[in-house]
Design a protein around this ligand. Structure first.
Ligand code: SF4
Length: 256
């Protein structure tokens, strides 16, 4: 069994508590127009030519043993909070090999975290149920009139998995991440629906941030059209944070 990844980032401090090794899974089931990691969209290994004419590729297959050995290199730095984060792309789409890896890591008392859009079969979440210490879940477009078109995936699947997630894991393990993107996730209606969800599910915390407009060079290597979005201002971020906190009773943080 192999894990197909685009990169393994050691000493990462933005993908969960403490010091972590982050695994970027190749392949995603949705298509956010603001995606900063276009090399993670397709599950296929993709070759591309750099400006200096050198051929490279996005994606590589690793055995569980290989990834485990890389993760173990920094075991002494993880401490009580840190560990491994599976990100992407959508790491949940590779739940079987990931479960095998996480099982090995848990035997070494290493914490395991998942960053997910939740657009994956429900049984994939079940496979990871025993191994996850922390889960970051995206809340993007929840406006049912627009979600399927914008993300190119059924909102129903997300809603079903969200319910399952909050029934299977304690709320203390769940953080909601909300990317604010002008005219996509950042609309009055969408913010209202997000606020209703936060009120109903009561995650331990939520984080909001502006889309970063990164990744244009990578779009060019893949011959994909790149969309630039207006950056959400600090004032707007604080306003949304205040609104969500007031409406839902959740603790929200603005992150950059
Ligand atoms: S879920 Fe993440 S990787 Fe997938 S399209 Fe959206 S931003 Fe990109």
């Amino acid at each position: 069994m192999k894990l197909r990844l685009t990169s393994i980032q050691r000493f990462s401090v933005h993908d969960g508590p403490g010091i972590r090794t982050t695994l970027f899974a190749k392949g995603c089931s949705i298509r956010c127009p603001w995606c900063a990691n276009p090399e993670n969209l397709s599950h296929e290994i993709q070759k591309y030519c750099t400006e200096s004419g050198v051929w490279k590729q996005y994606g590589e297959d690793y055995s569980i043993e290989q990834v485990f050995d890389i993760c173990m290199k920094d075991k002494n730095f993880y401490g009580a909070d840190g560990g491994i984060t599976a990100s992407g792309g959508e790491a949940l789409l590779q739940a079987k090999p990931l479960a095998e890896l996480f099982k090995r890591l848990k035997e070494e008392q290493i914490g395991c975290c998942l960053e997910t859009s939740l657009y994956a079969p429900e049984k994939n979440l079940e496979l990871l149920r025993n191994y996850l210490d922390y889960i970051y879940v995206d809340m993007k477009v929840l406006d049912e009139e627009r979600a399927d078109d914008i993300l190119n995936a059924p909102l129903q699947l997300y809603e079903k998995n969200l319910k399952y997630l909050f029934s299977a894991f304690p709320r203390e393990k769940i953080c909601i991440r909300i990317p604010l993107v002008d005219e996509m996730t950042f609309t009055e209606k969408n913010i209202n629906v997000i606020s209703e969800h936060l009120k109903n599910f009561q995650p331990s915390k939520c984080e909001i941030f502006s889309v970063h407009n990164l990744g244009s060079a990578k779009y060019a290597t893949l011959n994909l059209a790149y969309h630039k979005f207006r950056k959400i201002t600090e004032e707007e971020l604080l306003k949304v944070k205040g609104y969500l906190q007031k409406q839902s009773g959740n603790t929200c943080f603005v992150i950059h």
